[in-house]
Design a protein around this ligand. Sequence first.
Ligand code: BES
Ligand code: MN
Ligand code: MN
Length: 457
Amino acid sequence: MTPLEYLNDHKDKFLNELLDLLRIPSVSADKKFDGEVRNAATFVKDQLIAAGVDYAELCETKGHPIVYAEKIIDSTFPTVLVYGHYDVQPADPYELWDHPPFEPIVKNDRIYARGACDDKGQMYMHVKAFEAMMETNALTCNVKFMIEGEEEVGSDNLEAFIKEEKQKLSADVILISDTSIINNDTPSITVGLRGLSYLEVEVTGPNKDLHSGVYGGAVANPINILTKLIADMQDEDGRITLPGFYDDVLEYSEAQRAEMAKAPFDLDHYKKELNIEEVKGEKGFSTIERVGIRPCLDVNGIWGGYTGPGSKTVLPSKAFAKISTRLVSNQNSDKITQMIIKYFEENAPKSVKVKVTPHHGGTPAVVSTHSNGYQAASKAFEQSWGKTPIPTMEGGSIPIVALFIQELKIEPILMGFGLDSDDIHSPNESYGLFNYYKGIETIAYFYDHFSKISNKN
Ligand code: BES
Ligand code: MN
Ligand code: MN
């Protein structure tokens, strides 16, 4: 029996187990769910043991535990380190979900639940591909699993873990499914991820909320000030105005940009999916470029004053915003964070106080298309999809990827199977059954090709 035959015989089992995992609300950002985050870790550990690893453990951290497991079949064989995350983003606002986010359902060949794609569905494909290879005696590589529970909050404790456990984590390649393909007819392999710098700004005006008639026009309104400061960070051309912001941005040659433009992209479809009349971004760049090779700045949340029903005439004491910048090579996250702090401190008028708190950062990552891992991934897609995957630069961030390269000196391969339309981080997140099963198949092929390519060298 081949792994593919085993997969075809166990589709229902593979699906039902994932649905069980999706029922656990492992929201890493919210303390209220700490117990559930641990339950998800234990679930993954138990499933790895059931699938046939030599051992699996929960590695305790200052935050959520890391699931580690390994199967060493022969120390002379190449080793694949699988990375993924079992934590998920908050599901808020719950009322926008057609079905409760932690009561997964399958509808129109799609699994709907928070984490269906990001990253429980994609991570679990690796557990099932491993099981399929174990059960059919097809495993030709050693495997290590490192599945964390803090990706969605910046992977702070994973950083310490990889710095301390270099020996344990030694491998020939790191395989990650936490990104997207262009579409189901056009497979792709992610070769770039953006970095980020995330901050929170608090602007304080008067020492209490005031009557907006009695004091309005005479005392600074922190919301007015904050929104102006934010608006001034970008110009008419969609460029960020902070002095020096673009200094380290790697410029791509015309030839490289022409190569990128070959990837299929349907702008009308893109706009239609989002129900927008026009796209918006930095002048002189295409949508693919704006996401893949250019930085951006976004307000992720903004609040203050009265937001309840009806109206209340109030001049608020405080205003807040959560702001992120997405960064590209060779921008440095700490440097950009300092730049933003300085901007607010220098430009806030004396009429208010401003406090900026950095949340988390992340270094952009670029992956080579020449490594054994890339070649194996490419061949695996050819075998399962019948098409050579296109290398793509994606806009999202997986901050730990740059650290894998820097600290472990192991090439990561971003072999994701999601689609932009899976609505990760949004209400009604979903993952196609086609992608789930095709992903498992492709992962199994990866091991086969990787062992063949590695042994040739
Ligand atoms: N899996 C995503 C990142 C991603 C999504 C990469 C789609 C490429 C395509 C990951 O779970 C994520 O959401 N990362 C955060 C990082 C942050 C919380 C530090 C992000 O990009 O916002
Ligand atoms: Mn993810
Ligand atoms: Mn995510």
